[in-house]
Ligand binder design. Sequence first.
Ligand code: AP5
Ligand code: MG
Ligand code: ZN
Length: 217
Amino acid sequence: MRLVLVGPPGAGKGTQAEFIAEHFGIPKVSTGDIFRANVSGGTDLGRLAKKYMDAGDLVPDEVTNAMVRDRLAQPDAADGFLLDGFPRNVSQAGELDDMLDEIGAPLSVVLDLEVEHDEVVKRLSGRRTCKKCGHVWHLEYDPPATPGICDRCGGDLYQRDDDHPDTVRHRLEVYAAQTAPLIDFYRERDKLVSIDALGAVEDVTERAITVLTPHQD
Ligand code: AP5
Ligand code: MG
Ligand code: ZN
């Protein structure tokens, strides 16, 4: 399955990506995670991306497209993948189409996670991420047993630099202006399935698997 997740910041893309990728046995490719790994590794790509990420803006398309092209050329992505956070505008969607044309493998489906504005703000303000394994927690909705420590691996939890209220507001504006048009773009191409992403994490995963299963090759 070649799958794309779309939805506003805080919709639960990263949370669901982990479970969906595991269920279908495909690698999860999260552009935000790859950028953050480069920021913490102090690479040139990380230094460049950090300026845009801290402001809540998109990293330039040329940089992002080249990074995704490299990642999808890895052997583990040959039989399918889940993209979380890419494409993020219509131009990136065109680039993804080109990449898929080159390997003669069409996109299977785009899953749109629908969550209203007030809920995403609550989700982002309480988010804590594990430094070691990347698992996403929430102070109120999904707290770890010991505050500040990941239940899964014992790693320390941190708050993302772009989860401060002013940056969140800007990220939501960027989503509305640049990313939301992808919903019509993929609907017109008959690739879009939408689910209600409110409710318990496990319930949302179950809804996702139900609508995605018919799109398995
Ligand atoms: P990215 O990392 O992709 O951030 P985002 O799109 O803003 O999305 P988030 O990761 O904030 O939200 P999410 O939907 O993954 O929610 P999560 O599962 O964590 O991008 C960051 C930056 O990188 C961008 O701003 C940009 O600069 C750059 N970038 C990335 N991709 C790019 C691209 N293609 N082009 C250019 N630039 C790019 O959940 C949020 C919280 O809610 C968590 O605490 C979680 O525990 C909780 N939660 C999840 N589900 C539920 C539920 N059902 N009920 C209650 N709580 C829940
Ligand atoms: Mg995410
Ligand atoms: Zn962890």
